[in-house]
Design a protein around this ligand. Structure first.
Ligand code: FAD
Ligand code: NAI
Length: 468
């Protein structure tokens, strides 16, 4: 039987990063993955394929809607070849997951394909597709088994017409009318993909706003822009049934007044969140406890109630984000090596990759109000930037929230072109506990979208933005 210092169960961004860091720190490491490809949700059916389709559909939208304004004429009709678009996406996924195979070899990490389950706290069974089981011994184990799409109790996901994000990434036709249940990240990103490709898209959301966890100003701006793009919204609607009749899907919901509203489409994307995934792990054999909502319970060192077993990523509490899982993978590896790493969860940025993008870090205005913190706001619109006008991406803003007394930046919220990349400046600033004036006094290249960050910081400092 092979013995390891560390066994990692699950090869998503949490698991494979944990494995690499353990190997870098000199630990003999194994990784167990039930699927044939490494990379988990993120690389196979999450971050990477969704961004590939967002990019392809964005090119198409530019070609049919914006090229003409730029003086680019396309003789003949511009058409979508969905099969080709989906196979390009798959090629990107294959290349990326292949990269993880390379990284495992490079770091001398043993990869086991099969379902990992605890025999006890130090032995892990790996059951292969043919039913054969192999057992490995591990001094320490990191559970990184991620999450799966959630649904509503009355919905039957048939994976054909009533689908989750996994199926939405490989549709064979552009829907005529896609009904999206849930105005969160998945619903909006994938809703926008199919809207651009020609589908009618209706987002049915339970709450009174989309992207509910983000700053209210971002929700408002994104709603405005997506409505301009002709995505329809039914907010404050409680879905109560989803029925499939042949190629038709009928969704019934109650609106705020309690009246029944019926939506009829040909596809229904259910995007109401994800839940921790621990099926098949046989946690009981090792005595590992779960907390409410089925997540693996961990302490501040991400250690479970069994001292040599840790858990990271979507399977534990916190934001379900790839970069959060990665930080946690690194943290556990370093703890096992005797170091004292730290994660500031307040500074994990959140991004929605619609266009315009939405990006945020730190506290929202709603959170500051609720906590009774005295704050000031500096906001700058993208449309006032030369760079934004040159590319015609004028929607959105940068909003900086700073402490009223100390000027320390407490939160940064952005909507606009390329803000997914711009948010890193805010993360760096906040890691170093910058004041709004610190950002305002730094030179930002002209013409760039980053100038909006400087201008918002100027506005927060003394209400002295220069270009508005
Ligand atoms: P996962 O990536 O879920 O990996 C867990 C792995 O464990 C899987 O490969 C699974 O097969 C394996 N596994 C489970 N049980 C066992 C077992 N018993 N034995 C062996 N293997 C097992 N996040 C972002 O930050 N940015 C994005 O742009 C983004 N886009 C997304 C788009 C979509 C459509 C979706 C669905 C998610 C997206 N996410 C995004 C979220 C992101 O994918 C997750 O937060 C991230 O993958 C979590 O990483 P993880 O390592 O915890 O788990
Ligand atoms: P989500 O939590 O972002 O959004 C779910 C939405 O569904 C919420 O707005 C919620 O109010 C709504 N909802 C819940 N129950 C409902 C009901 N009964 N009827 C109508 N609406 C209802 O979850 P989503 O979009 O499914 O994504 C899952 C996870 O994947 C997220 O937590 C996110 O962290 C991650 N993800 C991250 C991405 C990114 O970083 N860009 C992209 C895609 C996913």
């Amino acid at each position: 039987m092979s013995s390891y210092d560390v066994a990692v169960i699950g090869s998503g961004p949490g698991g494979y990063v944990a494995a690499i860091r353990c190997a870098q720190l000199g630990m003999k490491t194994a990784i167990v993955e039930k699927y044939a490809t490494l990379g988990g949700t993120c690389l196979n059916v999450g971050c990477i394929p969704s961004k590939a389709l967002l990019d392809s559909s964005h090119h198409y939208e530019d070609a049919i809607k914006h090229f003409d304004t730029h003086g680019i004429e396309i003789p003949g009709e511009v058409k979508v070849n969905l099969e080709k678009m989906i196979s390009r996406k798959q090629a990107v996924v294959d290349q990326t997951t292949g990269g993880i195979d390379f990284l495992m070899k490079k770091n001398k990490i043993d990869v086991f394909q099969g379902i990992g389950s605890f025999k006890d706290a130090t032995n892990i069974n790996i059951t292969k597709e043919d039913g054969k089981t192999e057992t490995i011994e591990a001094k320490n184990t990191i559970i990184a088994t991620g999450s799966k799409p959630s649904s509503l109790p009355f919905i039957k996901i048939d994976k054909e017409r009533v689908i989750t994000s996994t199926e939405a990434l490989k549709l064979k036709e552009v829907p005529k009318h896609m009904i999206v249940i849930g105005g969160g990240v998945i619903g909006l990103e994938l809703g926008q993909v199919y809207k651009r490709l020609g589908a009618e898209v209706t987002v049915v959301e339970y709450l009174d706003r989309i992207i509910p966890g983000m700053d209210g100003a971002c929700s408002k701006e994104l709603t405005k822009v997506l409505k301009k793009q002709k995505i329809k919204f039914a907010l404050s609607h409680k879905v109560k049934s989803v029925e499939r009749n042949g190629n038709e899907v009928v969704v019934k919901a109650d609106n705020k007044k309690g009246e029944e509203v019926t939506f009829t489409g040909d596809y229904c994307l259910v995007a109401v969140g994800r839940h921790a995934y621990t099926d098949g792990l046989n946690l009981e054999a090792a005595g590992i406890k779960l907390e409410e909502r089925g997540r693996v319970a961990v302490n501040e060192h991400l250690q479970t109630n069994v001292s040599n077993i840790y858990a990271i990523g979507d399977v534990i509490k916190g934001a379900m984000l790839a970069h959060k899982a990665e930080e946690e993978g690194t943290l556990v590896a370093e703890i096992l090596a005797g170091q004292k790493p730290h994660i500031d969860y307040n500074l994990i940025p959140g991004v929605v990759y619609t266009w315009p993008e939405v990006a945020a870090v730190g506290k929202t205005e709603e959170q500051l109000k609720e906590a009774g913190v005295a704050y000031k706001v500096g906001q700058f619109p993208m449309r006032a930037l030369g760079r934004a006008r040159a590319s015609m991406d004028i929607d959105g803003f940068v909003k900086i929230l700073a402490d009223k007394n100390t000027d320390e930046v407490l939160g940064v919220h952005m909507v606009g072109a390329r803000v997914a990349d711009l948010i890193s400046e805010a993360v760096v600033a906040m890691e170093f506990r910058a004041s709004a004036e610190d950002i305002a006094r730094m030179s930002h290249a002209h013409p760039t979208y980053a100038e909006a960050v400087k201008e918002a910081a100027l506005a927060a400092t003394e209400d002295r933005a220069l270009h508005i």
